[in-house]
Design a protein around this ligand. Structure first.
Ligand SMILES: Cc1cc2nc3c(=O)[nH]c(=O)nc-3n(C[C@H](O)[C@H](O)[C@H](O)COP(=O)(O)OP(=O)(O)OC[C@H]3O[C@@H](n4cnc5c(N)ncnc54)[C@H](O)[C@@H]3O)c2cc1C
Length: 414
């Protein structure tokens, strides 16, 4: 177990870290390695190892950390979230991400529309009690023609009337009718039962004229694409969601155009906090593997770890892990307590930590030499997993633009 630089962790938080780490080491890491080599359609078939992992995460209550105790959840604080994310990311980040997005419909419904008891009874309570992974959530924002621009809340481009989402929702008496497609990047798309769905309602306001709905995915008119074939995070199943005249009750639309831009920024902040914590775990996994290998592998009559060039690489990797943890944990603490969550800290942490994870994975593979390229060793998977993160939940360049826009809006110079 690594030494925690933060001396303020309570005994309970230390215990949480130890128990999630044990679970991640015994269940998530070995499962992630097996799933990475499995046929993707087989991976999501009933009874597969992937479903076994989802059920085990349910039994441990990871799906209720955002749900308050009054509704049966564990209602954990920011540091506890950070600890769980880092440890699960350390194990296998695809499975960890599947868990992370799973909670979106229930947790965002509670935040965006806390007064609607009917929806809480229908979506949140059954989800909290579901220890069998029968209810799986996802969030559907990205479209084939809209990736970065659909995310750029807070920038002038978001209010440009010429650019709006392709997925439309129109009101027909007491129902919303939804038409359109969400892209192949929807995490959990092939298995989800519910979506937090982002749609266009008033295109004259550009991207800002949107709405956010909770949508059960067994409704007439919903269909799915096949599981996406991709470079990394293979244990995170992704695929398109198609909506053809799908009708939902009026109150399933939990955010309308008046608050849409605000909530997109809030969702992005929390999503990026999660990503920064998960990829702190990935950066640490790469560092620890490289350290272990460097102590064992002998070249020139000495372990690699006794060669000074390798020592310098290990030191730089260690510093990146510590910086990533300090930054992401501070961002999570700040963004989970401030209302509204200040997006510049969340995107800053995500950009930094995913880059740190990618650089550490790259160096770890280099330290493994030729063996690093082999599927017999774990580092090539970690490098592929980390590479995807520089695009996932916003490309680093675009997140920097969103962060810059927030800084320009909010900084007071003396
Ligand atoms: C592993 C993974 C999981 C994901 N999960 C989900 C999910 O669960 N739900 C969901 O809705 N989406 C999801 N996504 C989608 C993700 O959010 C998008 O891929 C991302 O926002 C980028 O969009 P794009 O891929 O269409 O790239 P594009 O927007 O087409 O960007 C292409 C390139 O152009 C650059 N670029 C774009 N705009 C600008 C600009 N204004 N200035 C400068 N450069 C620019 C980008 O930086 C990038 O390099 C996921 C993606 C990945 C990779």
């Amino acid at each position: 177990m690594y030494l925690e630089l933060n001396m303020r962790l309570t005994d309970e938080q230390e215990d949480l870290k130890e128990s999630v780490h044990k679970f991640s080491q015994e269940v998530i890491r070995p499962a992630g390695e097996k799933l990475d080599q499995m046929d993707l359609d087989e991976m999501i078939q009933e009874g597969s190892l992937w479903w076994e992992c989802k059920k085990k995460m349910r039994e441990l209550g990871f799906h209720t950390t955002f749900i308050p105790e009054s509704l049966g959840g564990t209602g954990m604080g920011p540091v506890e979230h950070h600890i769980i994310w880092e440890e699960l990311g350390w194990g296998s980040v695809g499975l960890a991400l599947s868990q992370d997005v799973d909670v979106y419909p229930a947790s965002w419904l509670l935040r965006m529309n806390p007064g609607n008891q009917r929806l809480i009874d229908e979506f949140v309570k059954p989800y909290v009690n579901d220890l069998d992974a029968g209810m799986i959530g996802c969030w559907g924002l990205t479209e084939a023609d809209h990736g970065s621009d659909i995310l750029m809340a807070g920038t002038p481009q978001f209010r440009e009337p010429k650019i709006s989402q392709s997925m439309k929702a129109r009101l027909d008496e007491d129902e919303w009718v939804i038409d359109g497609t969400k892209s192949a990047w929807i995490s959990n798309g092939p298995v989800a039962t519910h979506a937090l769905l982002f749609v266009s309602i008033d295109a004259s306001k550009g991207m800002a004229g949107g709405g956010i709905a909770v949508v059960p995915l067994d409704l007439p008119g919903v269909s799915r694409g096949r599981v996406l074939r991709k470079l990394g995070q293979l244990d995170l199943p992704q695929g398109e969601l198609y909506f053809d005249n799908v009708r939902i009750p009026r109150d399933y639309m939990i955010v309308g155009p008046d608050r849409y831009e605000f909530w997109v920024e809030q969702v992005l902040s929390v999503a990026n906090c999660g990503m920064s914590s998960l990829f702190t775990g990935v950066a640490r996994a790469a560092f620890e593997l490289a350290l272990g290998y460097a102590k064992e592998r002998v070249q020139g009559g000495r372990p690699l770890a006794e060669h000074q060039l390798i020592q310098k690489k290990l030191f730089d990797m260690f510093v990146k892990v510590e910086t990533a943890r300090a930054y992401s944990r501070a961002a999570v603490e700040y963004c989970f307590t401030a209302i509204p969550a200040p997006v510049q800290y969340a995107v800053g942490a995500k950009v930094y930590c995913t880059q740190a994870a990618f650089e550490n994975a790259h160096e770890a593979l280099q330290i493994y030499g030729g063996y690093g390229l082999s599927k017999e060793y774990p580092v090539e998977k970690i490098l592929r997993d980390a590479r995807a993160a520089l695009i996932e939940d916003g490309c680093s360049e675009v997140l920097s633009l969103i962060g810059a826009s927030a800084i320009l809006r909010s900084y007071l110079l003396y």
